[in-house]
Write a protein that binds this ligand. Structure first.
Ligand code: TRP
Ligand code: ZN
Length: 856
């Protein structure tokens, strides 16, 4: 099947040539954009090797070395390269190419998003704009002249500072931008369009005034304020926490509707998926507001961790992504409840990253082998990468960690470096040996900690033994023991005996002895989720109850509840008749009656998700898992009905507010609704909430419970919702998603019908993810239906997406390639669809890499 070959980290070689200046002139046109690229090139060492430039999906118009135009015999052209031999030590290379932005549905390189021209160059999209050494260790200074029609494209933007503009014949105009900071080409950006503009300023701590400019589609200005406020908070936070100040005089953000990912940190000109910019009280949920702020922060933080110091090669992606995710998580934790923020992070790691590590695409946070780089913007590189940074923070402590960051910038500002360089700075600044810790960078898989303990009454001592185990991963890698930081608490009958601290697990098996422990304590381990590992220790219900109430660490209190639920869900899988003890419900009754804040209570009441459970069990029968979760949920709903109703009613207020408390109130209220929706009054409650809602969080919660419980009002509220929100792209995405979650036999037919809906378009990644992705990722019951119809549906969509947008196809194939976590019958059905896919002609490199791994 394979016709593309992988690249290996071990084969890294420094570039043969350097490009110090790039002078681009881009004359925009829908189908024939002309790019003239004038480069200052020098040999990096004395050698006679040819210059081999990357380039794809373009027409080469001309090549000039200094003043001489080359003829066809003086260079070699392949599908993906342009080679020129016999070059001098130093020369000016001028390359002219023609590209077709409208035909570019892959959304890599220069493309058109509705009426806007924009670029996406990370990871390897610049090679679709011009021939270049498209690798992050080639850093140049860019000057970009953009020419376009003045009426349709009044705004012409690129990186850096505007240095010139003017009018040309035929209603054309031009703007020239200069970015003084050398950068790799993946940070290049260009945007042209007609926008509404929100402007503001930020004065840095050294007193420089930075212009902040946010560009949105006409009519969306009122939805852009939250993003601007978030940007200013991010700038201030980075100064206060890390002493990092913005470096240009202008920071621009453009929101576009067609975008493969969340957003992109192009130097001085971020391009965002409009989903992570636009938000207002009526149309955005509390989660949307949270996510906009987090993504704005993430991209802003990249200016230092990513742009000023970038990656030597793409195997080092986690150098910038893991670190920047850690920074945005810390920022969010400071802006909101830190416990609830941490719980949200952990759920993603446990449900999705653990599944990735257990599946065919398992890779270390620093991969060693890559076929298509776009396939490695993964939960492992991002989220586990962030956990690895967080472990260093835990091991070194905040002060030493910050000293490490300072040393990192002192050594590497302006450079393209490796993960090893980062760890070296951390280690040197703190005088801490991190050599064993570094295996976290090279080792895939989720470690399991097997814990046992012993209490000796005679000596008042308690012994805790932790054994590391490293399950085999799909990449068949040999495993090393890791340095694993384990936060612990020992909870005793007598509160005064409680102990807490940090254990450093380094050996395969290690025992710690604690003195002066007057009764057998309950150990709470991995507080604040101090390491991305699974824990294997037998807690009985009573111990979990103790932790839920008495653990000092809020994460531990939450996690104990999750363990309690997970234990019963596992039992219910094999024995749906199991009689559930009232204790399960009474533990939650305590939660409801406690005086914790409501956002935290809401998290405590939510059962582990299907994905989280699936990642924790071998060969799941998905039907049995869906049923087990719903039995437990119904039992809790019945037992606590009056509490849920009382809490629900007490939280139904008429005024809308957006402070932390109001957000927590809504979260708790909607969790109560979620339980109550399983009982008699469900339809009335949902319908009522839908009608009364004065904000999107409540409105969406209402239609969601109607969908996932197939309530009588479902069709009506969906019609009403669509009528209210038609034309609002971001809200209609939510509507498509709710359709995909319908808990009904006919859901696949419904979705197939919606593919023809006038507002649906498979070309738009947000739309494709909202409908097709939501079904495959979140409607576990019908995606995994035993008749295979869910798998077959996904197959049919992947066939289309493979040619339209390989990146989107490659993300949406995820639930299918993880077939090994399901039972044999399901595995067979899933594999059959993958095999059908693998037989297609024209398979993209993205899908080939994943299919190869999955079917191997
Ligand atoms: N660097 C971007 C981020 O994490 C990721 C990104 C945006 C990206 N767009 C992309 C990666 C397209 C691959 C392809 O903030
Ligand atoms: Zn990033």
């Amino acid at each position: 099947m394979t016709e593309f070959s992988p690249r290996y980290l071990k084969d890294y070689q420094a570039p043969d040539y350097k490009i110090s200046n790039v002078n681009l002139t881009i004359q925009l046109d829908d189908t024939k954009t002309i790019v003239t690229n004038v480069m200052d090139v020098t040999k990096a060492s004395e050698h006679q090797r040819a210059l081999v430039l990357d380039g794809e999906h373009m027409q080469l118009k001309s090549v000039m070395v200094n003043d001489t135009k080359l003829d066809r015999s003086q260079y070699q052209l392949s599908d993906s390269t342009l080679s020129i031999a016999n070059l001098p030590e130093q020369f000016i290379l001028t390359i002219t190419t023609e590209i077709n932005p409208v035909a570019n549905t892959a959304l890599e390189g220069l493309y058109k998003s509705a009426d806007v021209y924009c670029t996406q160059c990370e990871a390897e999209g610049f090679r679709r704009i011009t021939y270049f050494l498209d690798r992050p260790d080639v850093m140049a200074i860019y000057t970009t002249k953009i020419i376009a029609d003045k009426t349709s494209f009044p705004f012409l933007l690129a990186n850096g500072n505007k240095i010139e503009q003017g009018e040309l014949a035929n209603n054309l105009h031009f703007v020239t931008w200069h970015d003084p900071f050398p950068k790799p080409c993946y940070l290049f950006a260009l945007v042209a369009g007609d926008f509404e503009l929100l402007t503001d300023t930020f004065t840095t701590k050294s007193g420089r005034e930075v212009n902040l400019e946010l560009f949105v589609d006409k009519g969306n200005l009122s939805r852009s304020e939250h993003a601007m406020a978030s940007l200013k908070k991010s700038m201030l936070w980075d100064e206060q926490q890390f002493n990092l100040e913005y470096d240009l005089d202008i920071y621009m953000i453009v929101a576009v509707d067609f975008f493969n990912m969340g957003a992109m940190e192009n130097k001085g000109l971020n391009v965002f998926n409009s989903k992570f910019v636009l938000a207002d009280d009526l149309s955005a949920t509390d989660d949307d507001f949270f996510n906009v702020e987090a993504v704005i922060a993430h991209e802003y933080f990249h200016n230092w961790t990513g742009n000023r110091v970038t990656c030597r090669d793409w195997f080092q992606l986690s150098l910038k992504e893991g670190l920047t995710v850690f920074r945005d998580q810390q920022f969010s934790a400071d802006m909101h409840s830190s416990a609830v923020t941490r719980i949200k992070n952990v759920k993603i790691v446990r449900a999705q990253q653990f599944a990735e590590d257990a599946g065919p695409m398992a890779h270390p946070i620093r991969p060693e082998k890559v076929m298509e780089m776009n396939n490695f913007y993964t939960l492992t590189v991002y989220e586990k990468g962030s956990e690895v940074i967080r472990m260093m923070h835990t091991i070194l402590g905040d002060d030493a960690f910050k000293a490490g960051i300072e040393l990192y910038f002192e050594r590497h500002d302006g450079q393209a470096v490796t993960c090893d360089d980062f760890v070296a700075a951390m280690s040197d600044a703190s005088n801490t040996c991190l050599s064993q810790f570094k295996y976290w960078y090279s080792q895939s898989g989720t470690p399991v900690l097997i814990v046992s303990d012993d209490y000796h009454e005679e000596t008042n001592t308690y012994q805790l033994t932790i054994e590391q185990s490293h399950p085999q991963t799909h990449d068949k890698q040999e495993k090393q023991n890791l340095h694993i930081p384990v936060n612990f608490e020992l909870i005793s009958n007598d509160e005064n005996d409680n102990q807490q601290g940090l254990l450093h697990c380094k050996q395969q098996k290690q025992t710690w002895t604690f003195e002066n422990v007057s009764s057998k304590p309950v150990p709470a381990l991995l507080g604040n989720f101090s390491a991305p590992v699974k824990l294997n220790y037998h807690y009985d219900d009573q111990a979990l109850n103790t932790l839920m109430v008495n653990a000092a660490d809020e994460f531990n209190r939450w996690d104990a509840g999750q363990k309690l639920f997970a234990g019963y869900i596992k039992q219910l899988i094999n024995n749906p008749e199991l009689e559930l003890p009232l204790q399960v419900a009474s533990a939650l009754e305590q939660v409801l009656l406690s005086n914790a804040d409501n956002a935290f209570k809401a998290e405590q009441l939510v059962l582990p998700s299907f994905d989280e459970m699936a990642a924790a069990i071998d060969e799941v029968n998905s039907g049995a898992l869906v049923r087990a979760i719903s039995i437990l949920k119904r039992f809790i709903a019945q037992q606590l009905q009056s509490h849920f109703l009382h809490t629900y009613q007490s939280l139904c207020t008429s005024e809308f507010a957006k402070d932390g408390q109001a957000i927590g109130n809504r979260a708790l209220k909607n969790v109560c609704l979620d339980y109550l929706a399983l009982l008699d009054s469900a339809n009335e409650l949902a319908l009522n909430q839908f009608k009364q809602a004065n904000n999107m969080t409540d409105q969406l919660a209402a239609i969601k419970v109607a969908a996932v419980n197939d309530l009588r009002c479902f069709e009506d509220v969906m019609v009403e919702f669509a009528r209210q929100w038609q034309g609002n792209t971001l809200v209609m995405d939510k509507w498509f998603t709710i359709n995909a979650l319908h808990n009904n036999e006919n859901v696949v037919q419904r979705i197939i019908g919606l593919l023809e809906h006038p507002e649906f378009s498979i070309d738009n990644p947000n739309r494709a993810r909202a409908l097709i992705g939501a079904f495959a990722f979140y409607n576990s019951k019908y995606f995994h239906h035993q008749d295979g119809s869910g798998y077959e549906f996904l197959f049919a969509q992947l066939v289309k997406l493979n040619t339209i947008n390989p990146q989107v196809a490659s993300r949406l194939i995820t639930p299918l390639i993880q077939f090994k976590s399901f039972d044999k019958t399901q595995q067979k059905l899933m594999k059959a669809e993958l095999e059908k896919l693998s037989r297609l002609d024209n398979l993209s490199r993205d899908l080939i890499e994943k299919l190869d791994a999955a079917l191997q």
